[in-house]
Design a protein around this ligand. Sequence first.
Ligand code: TRP
Length: 332
Amino acid sequence: MERIFSGVQPTGNLHLGNYLGAIRNWVRLQNEYECLFCVVDLHAVTVWQDPEELKASTRAVAAAMLAAGIDAKRHIIFNQSQVPGHAELAWLFNCVARLGWLNRMTQFKEKAGKNKENASVGLYAYPNLMAADILLYKGTHVPVGEDQKQHLELARDIAQKFNNDFGVDFFPVVEPLIFGAAARVMSLRDGSSKMSKSDPSDLSRINMTDDADAIAKKIRKAKTDPDDLPAAPDQFDGRPEAANLMGIYAALADIDIAEVCNKFGGQQFSAFKQELADLAVETLAPMQDELRRLMGDETHVDTVIADGVQRARAIAEPVLAEVHDIVGFLRP
Ligand code: TRP
């Protein structure tokens, strides 16, 4: 069976964008692939994290995966730091990847901003760690959003260069599984920037822990434009907020955006927002109830993670042993 690896960072609250853009898709892949779903705490510390919050977020992300319906018996939920092979293989990939390759990574440029000199070395080498995450398990498929496509291409380059350098056919060439535009959830305050846990305005996102009132309020206050809703998807030009809200509706209802346009085209935002709020509350409620229950049962979540760690290590260890042989590390 082909193997999927994917990761989410444990930084702050999970929101609707994480759910519709990532976790919900993972749930759907469970039947076709053997899956490892990783809370990437090593990636998180490329920028400063409060230690207590990091622990809590790691648990919360694992709980959200369970609440969303990932079956931890058949698949592996774990946190990255507890399988030492990630850091180890990342080091080797630091030696395989070229500076020129990393210099082209657009996400580093965005995240480091103007003050590049002051970014951590870890933030710069982040894509090498991501390649190590996947290849430590010889992952063949990686579900990612558009924003991670460049990192995945780098993982392919690293796998190929490693294979070439050592004259082996060891690491697979990873295939991205990119999900549709409907799953790209934008900020409720600005339809042209991604919904994000780091946006200072909580009104910009729907958190997985928001109750029905908060969800309804945020949708009611969501930014709109003065026109009626478009009747076809080719009329979203210059209307990012309409595209975003109708896209969220489509994703939640699991229908095509054209269908949403058919249904609401020509209507005012206010009526549509009411329907969107009802749909969001109704669709998310069962998962949110389960998430709240799991957040109150730390022992259970920790047991699931600990089990995942053991199973992940068991897959990683023989791969690493082979890597040692290939590279020429003496294993006395
Ligand atoms: N970099 C990814 C993100 O920020 C998270 C991630 C880390 C990941 N390692 C991964 C995703 C491996 C897919 C595969 O979204």
